[in-house]
Design a protein around this ligand. Structure first.
Ligand code: ATR
Length: 262
């Protein structure tokens, strides 16, 4: 029987999840159908429950419902608990399970580029949900120091306070976006600046060797500056594929190779 999957969000038209999951299915021989569901802004819970009541097997959750999905779950993975957000749902033994595969998706994408994370020093720009979701997986993959730089310093400080006990093996630090300096193996842009068309200005005193932009398909002043400096850089398409592969493997018990889909 064809297994039914969906991604839920608002808006949802732009989502590339159906094409990715259908490509994974073709490669691995899984019989599935994966659709987009546009839920009303106040209708996430009803629409999600209805999907699982009608034999839905698994659901991805995107903006703006990841925190609501987190609140709805009966069981959560460790990384979902730390992220306080869920992007992957499924039913097991009558219970709704939630995971967050975004962070591992980023780690897999970075590793597929052969960028080293072991003992790395990472600077993350932004202190929103996107940053929260990736810190634990980055530390598990070997990051030694993570500096979180945010326009609103207090938000970065709050994030460090919230997460430091979850990653005792790493050093977490909060700074203002106007205090950028020092040397990093990797800088990750997790602000929504590229999504809103805003410019980020990186000072000369900030030295870095790799640049990861979480957004994809948008002009990025962050990536422009990395290219001017001629350092290895990429947009967030690999992370998107990586999180989808993680979800696919949870649901279907078979893991496609990231490199086959980049
Ligand atoms: P997400 O869930 O995608 O992380 P979010 O929680 O709205 O989204 O967070 C957006 C992040 O981008 C925040 O860190 C925000 O900084 P503030 O906390 O100071 O608002 C950051 N951001 C958005 N636009 C920005 C800009 N033009 N310059 C710098 N940072 C920006």
């Amino acid at each position: 029987m064809t297994k039914q999957f969906a991604v839920i969000g608002n808006p949802i038209e732009q989502s590339r999840s159906p094409e990715l999951h259908h490509a994974f299915a073709a490669k691995t021989g899984v019989d599935l159908h994966y659709k987009k569901i546009l839920a009303p802004l106040d209708g996430f819970e009803n629409v999600a429950k209805d999907f699982f009541a009608h034999n839905g097997v698994g659901m991805n959750v995107t903006v703006p419902f990841k925190e609501q999905a987190f609140a709805l779950c009966d069981q959560l993975t460790e990384r979902a608990k730390i992220a306080k957000a869920v992007n992957t749902l499924w039913m097991q033994d009558g219970k709704l399970y939630g995971d967050n595969t975004d962070g591992q998706g980023l780690v897999a994408a970075i590793q597929a580029l052969d960028w080293n994370l072991e003992n790395s020093r990472i600077l993350i720009l932004g202190a929103g949900g996107a940053t929260r979701g990736v810190i634990y997986p980055l530390v598990q993959a070997g990051a030694q120091q993570i500096v979180i730089a945010n326009r609103t310093l207090a938000r970065a400080e709050q994030l460090v306070d919230d997460l430091k006990d979850a990653v005792p093996q790493a050093e977490l630090k909060a700074i203002g976006l106007d205090q950028l300096t020092g040397e990093f193996d990797l800088v990750i842009n997790a602000t929504s600046a590229s999504l809103t068309g805003d410019t980020l200005q990186l000072p000369e005193s900030l030295v870095f060797h790799h640049a990861y932009e979480m957004a994809y398909g948008k002009p990025s002043s962050f990536l422009d500056q990395a290219k001017q400096r001629q350092i290895p850089s990429t947009d967030g398409f690999g992370m998107l594929v990586g999180q989808a592969i993680e979800a696919f493997s949870i649901w279907n018990g078979v893991k496609p190779e990231l490199k086959d889909f980049l």
